[in-house]
Ligand binder design. Structure first.
Ligand code: ATP
Length: 235
């Protein structure tokens, strides 16, 4: 569904993505991991068209997306920290985004319901707790029933019940054939929802394996140990 070929991105002298090539298939949850500063967000933002790579190719269903816009309606994005106009009410933010995407064939309001956001519709974004803002971001990411979801540290800041709701939603949409990319540092979350783990180190793919293959290769039952072992292996 997403094919990335020889992607390169530098900021000045800093080479952030170095010849990254990878394929992500529909109906899978892929966890993108790696040390701080290894290029995870830069890769996600390149797929979203928020960062323009220096060279290489990104294709969705065989079509190049570089310098294109229309494909963005197929992707739901949940940023690590959602930034919203402080004065706008939850209802206004949701209505505004709904208006921008008025051609979307289906609206998925499940998370709005499960998070009880309608009861808070008149609250201003500036007055919300970090976790409630996260819930709004999650609800918006899923609202247009996109085929691809990119979720950046989705459960960080959510209370355990709300995190559970989001994990169930991720698994449900995976079953519906969506491709879901998640950047996360939380091992338990990765183990619960991900099919594959892709690890970036210094802008290159260190490994990209299914959870079971990872454990087998590292000869470790515990995912966190398997990942630590694979990350510290010499190339
Ligand atoms: N707009 C920018 N200008 C200059 N340098 C940037 C820019 N965006 C990112 N970088 C640098 O690129 C490198 C990779 O950043 P990126 O945000 O992709 O890492 P990450 O793996 O997502 O990190 P984290 O786990 O901390 O979120 C970092 O060294 C960062 O400082």
């Amino acid at each position: 569904m997403i094919t990335i070929e020889n992607l390169q991105k530098s900021y000045g002298k800093l080479s952030v993505l170095r010849d990254v090539s990878v394929r992500f298939e529909a109906g899978k949850v892929i966890s993108i991991i790696g040390p701080n500063g290894s290029g995870k967000t830069t890769l996600s933002k390149s797929i979203l068209g928020m960062v323009l790579p220096d060279s290489g190719e990104i294709k969705i269903d065989g079509q190049s997306v570089l310098k294109q816009h229309a494909y963005r309606s197929q992707i739901g994005y949940m940023p690590q920290i959602g930034r919203y106009p402080e004065n706008m009410k939850i209802r206004q933010v949701i209505d505004m985004i709904r208006d921008i995407r008025k051609n979307a064939p289906v609206f998925d309001e499940e998370l709005i319901g499960l998070y009880g956001l309608k009861a808070m519709y008149e609250k201003r974004m500036g007055s919300l707790s970090g976790g409630t803002k996260q819930k709004v971001s999650a609800a918006l990411a899923f609202l247009f029933n996109p085929q691809i979801l990119i979720l950046d540290e989705p459960t960080a800041g959510l209370d355990p019940v709300s995190a559970e709701i989001l994990k169930c939603k991720i698994l449900k949409e995976k079953k519906n054939g969506k491709l879901i990319l998640i950047t996360s540092h939380i091992m338990s979350e990765i183990e619960e929802v991900a099919d594959e783990v892709m690890c970036l180190m210094d802008g290159q793919i260190k490994f990209h394996e299914s959870i079971s293959a990872l454990k087998e290769q590292a000869q470790e039952e515990q995912l966190s140990r398997a990942i630590a072992k694979m990350m510290s292996e010499e190339d």
